[in-house]
Write a protein that binds this ligand. Structure first.
Ligand code: OXD
Ligand code: MN
Length: 592
């Protein structure tokens, strides 16, 4: 098929990739329904994808990946900058030329006998000055169909690009799905991504983690904006005013659930509503009025399926009822629908598991869906999608929230003293492993701003960038908070009900932003007064429970500071002096 553009840089690059990968033919993805429909039929015929029940799940498909290829691979993810210090101590690094020499043989001829698809895609609404274009070459129809859901693809993306050279060059090849030779490599200084030997989600949908976080965080640093691992939601008050909040949480902390929260009855009946702008990534720029504005660069949700049900996340489940790709979940052979652990208590008996093997949900002792199985669903399907989702200017941010999974340390919610202290609060983010996960319980993994696997440059410079953004925003800066839904009692049970009831903490946060809520000053920040967390309608939570959730154990916090000390030490002189003084000041407050 003919090229879809006259952009010389695009054409030269595609030719370079073609010459290396040596496909039988090259197909440019124009984004038309006819072309995508034909690709689906081809994938059904080859067995790469399976068509689901078109009455119950119109436009939906099922796919399973190789057994050795089910998740992002952080130990095989590299940031290749000219200087090692520029990638920093928290990223894997190799010299860019060395890496390219190492990887070229893996791509050489890897598409022989296959078709190479060229996917032009736009991250962010078409027409937005904040959107950015990428091109991905791939030998996978699965990738094409997923990219169609996760980004704006085809001719419209090339129109957005025009003659510009400002596009991310993403070269993906499945090759042999060989895990020993799997590499997910970012070259931030060249605007390039090389991904080889994987066919799974975050490794191959290059617009998502690779571009919209790793490359974009680097671009944001150079260009004066921010790319963050954050959800974006709007809270509409009864008077119709909507306040937007972003939130960064490590994987497996309920980000998609919070983004699609359904308010508890007490708020619903007053007229409060919650709107979803994004569930994973926020790109934020300073707007003409000096406030910080966020767009969601993605067009869909790549959500974890297990545990998603009508109660835990009604809106996510609804989002998956049409035009959705299910990866590594159970296929119910009786009616060609899907199932996963935690969907309902009625697993199918005549089914295929994520490995593609026969599976009986009534008798099998093995899980049918992989714990990291996913749905790729169009954001437009979401019942609570924000009317501002396509707004090219984005939405103004009132508050930013950091959060992790902490059994004892962090209180339900607290506010940072100011922006600088807020950057410190984000930098000390961490999550503890739970009994539900493999490995020791209560091991703390530090995950600053939930960006540990996603920051495309030295995290010391990243913190400095945050501090600089605060300087520019001045008193227009969003207020910064921290939340923890995961405090446990002595038996290890969660104390806070979570899910929709998290709105109760959000309401305190909004109250603080509007100046209508009081707070107590503590060594770690401003804490709510127990009576200011609305517990009306909660059967298991008393004011004493809330007092417990808001308690701050100074000894635990001092212990935690030692962990932060260790993290900071890795950065040497790239650690901003401000971060060091924030830590020292916090320790001094704690030991008073
Ligand atoms: C994701 C993740 O898939 O953060 O969004 O792991
Ligand atoms: Mn994520």
């Amino acid at each position: 098929m003919a090229e879809l553009t006259t952009n010389k840089q695009v054409l030269d690059w595609v030719e370079e990739v073609r010459a290396l990968c040596k496909p039988d033919k090259v197909v440019w993805i124009d984004g038309s329904d006819e072309q995508l429909e034909a690709l689906k039929q081809e994938a059904f015929a080859s067995g790469e994808m399976t068509e689901l029940n078109q009455e119950k799940l119109p436009g939906c498909m099922w796919h399973h990946t190789a057994k050795n290829d089910v998740a992002r691979v952080e130990n095989r993810t590299f940031i290749c900058t000219g200087k090692k210090e520029d990638a920093g101590p928290t990223n894997n690094w190799m010299d860019p030329e060395e890496m390219k020499q190492k990887l070229r043989p893996l791509y050489d001829g890897a598409m022989a006998g296959r078709t190479m698809y060229v996917i032009p895609y736009c991250m962010g609404p078409i027409g937005s000055p904040f959107s950015k274009v990428g091109l991905e070459t791939t030998d996978s129809i699965y990738v094409v169909l997923n990219m169609d859901i996760m980004a704006r693809i085809g001719v419209k993306a090339l129109e957005q690009l025009g003659d510009s050279n400002d596009f991310v060059r993403g070269m993906h090849a499945k090759a042999n799905i060989d895990e020993e030779n799997r590499y997910i490599v970012q070259f931030p200084e060249d605007n390039a991504i090389w991904s080889v030997n994987s066919g799974y989600g975050g490794n191959v949908l290059l617009g998502k983690k690779c571009f919209a976080l790793r490359i974009a965080s680097y671009q944001g640093w150079k260009e004066g904006w921010m790319a963050e691992h954050m959800l974006i939601l709007g809270i509409e008050s009864p008077d119709g005013q909507i306040d937007y909040v972003t939130g960064a949480f490590p994987s497996a902390c309920g980000k998609t659930n919070l983004a699609m929260l359904i308010p508890p009855e007490i708020y619903k009946k007053q007229g409060y509503k919650v709107w979803t702008v994004g569930d994973d990534i926020a790109w934020m720029h300073i707007g003409p009025d000096g406030r910080l504005y966020a767009i969601n660069p993605e067009a869909g949700f790549f959500g974890v399926a297990p545990g998603t049900n009508a109660k835990s996340n009604f809106n996510a489940l609804e989002s998956t009822r049409k035009k959705t790709i299910f990866t590594n979940v159970v296929l119910n052979k009786d009616d060609m629908t899907v199932w996963w652990e935690g969907l309902d208590k009625n697993p199918p008996e005549n089914a295929i598991d994520w490995l593609g093997q026969p599976w009986n949900g009534k008798t099998s002792t093995e899980k049918g869906a992989h714990p990291n199985s996913r749905f790729t669903a169009p954001a437009a399907n979401c019942p609570c999608i924000s009317s501002e989702f396509e707004n090219p200017a984005g939405v103004p941010i009132t508050a930013m929230i950091f959060g992790g999974r902490r059994a004892k340390t962090a209180p339900l919610v607290y506010q940072s003293f100011d922006w600088k202290h807020g950057v410190f609060v984000g930098s000390i983010m961490a999550s503890e492993t739970t009994a539900a996960a493999a490995g020791a319980v209560g091991v703390v993994r530090r995950d600053p701003m939930a960006m540990l696997p996603f920051c495309g440059y030295n995290m010391g410079d990243y913190w400095q960038h945050w501090l600089n953004m605060g300087e520019k925003l001045g008193d227009k800066a969003p207020k910064i908070f921290n939340v923890n839904w995961f405090r446990t009692d002595d038996e290890g049970h969660f104390i806070w009900p979570g899910f929709g009831d998290n709105m109760r903490a959000l309401m305190w946060i909004l109250g603080r932003c509007k100046g209508t809520m009081e707070a107590d000053e503590t060594p770690i920040g401003y804490l709510p007064r127990a009576e200011d967390i609305n517990i009306e309608g909660l059967s298991d939570v008393t004011i004493d429970t809330v007092r417990g959730l808001l308690s701050v154990d100074k000894d635990l916090w001092m212990e935690d500071a030692a962990g932060v000390e260790e993290l900071y030490a890795k950065f040497g002189d790239r650690l901003p002096a401000e971060m060091r003084s924030q830590l020292d000041a916090q320790k001094a407050r704690l030991s008073k």
